[in-house]
Design a protein around this ligand. Structure first.
Ligand SMILES: Cc1ncc(COP(=O)(O)O)c(C=O)c1O
Length: 389
């Protein structure tokens, strides 16, 4: 059994989640000690069987130009087979740098000036940045809430794609901030509407490895026999908390699209670094058991948060996947003011709804990937603060 309560001491490492300077920039006058439950980053230490692999790479001491080893792809292929029962073609795997950089390149390469990109709101804020950065127009399609769960309004989606002449859907699956997994039927409907209208679907699946409560996560790649109007963006970054290594992969079965993406990376001289490329393999080879226990720890921490929030006037979206909980605090409208005031009075740092583009009124996101005592302490403080407003 791994001990997820012995967390890393990250305060002096310039990590965004724990660094004082960054926290003061984001949360003015936040009280110390901090209880950082905001940025999507985990506090857990990787086990020795994984971190040892990193030391082995470093101890070779060779950091010159390199070619990516074949095992980069074969380890991803094996991971998909074990985790999702999916057969990935080795030729469909494209090594990429971080998810955002790659989606930025894809939008720049595949779309044309002023083309329209549709996102389901609320959603991960940088989707807006990468769209606008590429001189594209962002079209919002609000998700609907039924019994604390998001749903896509397919009738409206169909009409909007037609009426607005949408060229691309940027899908987040599992959905950040709510952790909703879009099921195979929903994915099929999205791809069908997209195919009919000549629309590309980019499916950001970086949270996909952390399906909770025996939910199964299925990549949109599962539908590759019927469709090829998609690009999957995947990564070990969230699963193993290695975002700073800037490594990921795309799954692309359409050869033209794949060539465009590879060309876009080459043109811009974007290359994977050796540490990210090789450590990705180390994680995927050795991480099965650790990820299984990580998921159990996240489930326990979500239960803990739920136990406290049950007593206050709020609506909790229990995630299907990932370590983030999206909560609507019914007593508040202005979540930014709430997050700043909460930080100032208690040191608890939550991700404010306004970082998720639209349709976030009263919402904040709680990251549970820390040790249980920090989380419990933070929950007590949130409750006390909320009950007083
Ligand atoms: C949905 C989603 N996509 C992409 C990213 C960023 O990934 P990367 O650091 O690989 O660019 C995040 C980070 O939180 C995320 O939540």
């Amino acid at each position: 059994m791994y001990n997820f309560d012995e967390i890393l001491d990250r305060k002096e490492n310039n990590t965004k989640k724990w660094n004082r300077e960054y926290i003061q920039k984001r949360f003015k006058d936040a009280k110390e000690p901090y209880y950082p439950l905001f940025i999507a980053d985990m506090d857990y230490r990787l086990p020795e069987e994984i971190s040892k692999g990193f030391i082995d790479i470093v101890s070779r001491g060779d950091f010159g130009y390199f070619d990516i080893k074949d095992e980069f792809k074969s380890d991803i292929k094996h991971w998909y087979k074990v985790k999702q029962g999916l057969d990935v073609n080795l030729d469909d795997i494209v090594p990429i740098v971080g998810a955002l950089t790659t989606m930025n390149v894809v939008l720049g390469e595949v779309l044309n000036y002023n083309d329209k990109v549709l996102v389901f709101t609320p959603v991960y804020g940088p989707f807006k940045d990468i769209t606008l950065n590429n001189n594209l127009e962002l079209i919002r399609e609000p998700l609907e809430i039924k019994e604390n769960r998001y749903f896509i309004n397919f009738k409206r989606l169909n009409k909007k794609i037609n009426d607005e002449n949408i060229k691309c859907i940027l899908l987040c699956n599992p959905h950040n901030p709510s952790g909703r997994i879009w099921n195979t039927e929903e994915l099929k409907r999205i791809l069908e509407i997209a195919k009919k209208n000549n629309v590309l679907v980019i499916s950001d699946e970086v949270h996909g490895d952390l399906a909770l409560y025996n939910n199964s996560f299925s990549s949109i790649y599962k539908l590759k026999e019927k469709f090829d109007n998609y690009i999957v963006i995947g990564s070990p970054n969230k699963t193993f908390n290695i975002a700073s290594l800037n490594v990921g992969y795309a799954l692309i079965s359409n050869v033209n699209l794949k060539d465009k993406v590879c060309e876009g990376m080459m043109k811009r001289k974007i290359h994977l670094n050796i540490l990210g490329a090789e450590f990705s393999s180390v994680c995927y080879k050795n991480g099965y058991l650790w990820v299984k226990e990580l998921i159990e720890k996240i489930e326990k921490n979500i239960d803990l948060v739920n136990k406290y929030l049950r007593h206050i006037d709020c609506s909790i979206m229990i995630p299907d996947a990932g370590y983030l909980i999206w909560v609507k605090f019914n007593k508040i409208d202005d979540s930014l003011k709430f997050s700043i005031d909460l930080a100032k009075k208690t040191g608890v740092l939550l991700e404010c709804g306004n970082r998720f583009i639209d349709d976030y009124k009263g919402f904040l996101r709680i990251n549970v990937a820390t040790n249980s005592s920090i989380l419990e302490e933070a929950m007590k403080k949130i409750l006390e603060f909320y009950n007083e407003i």
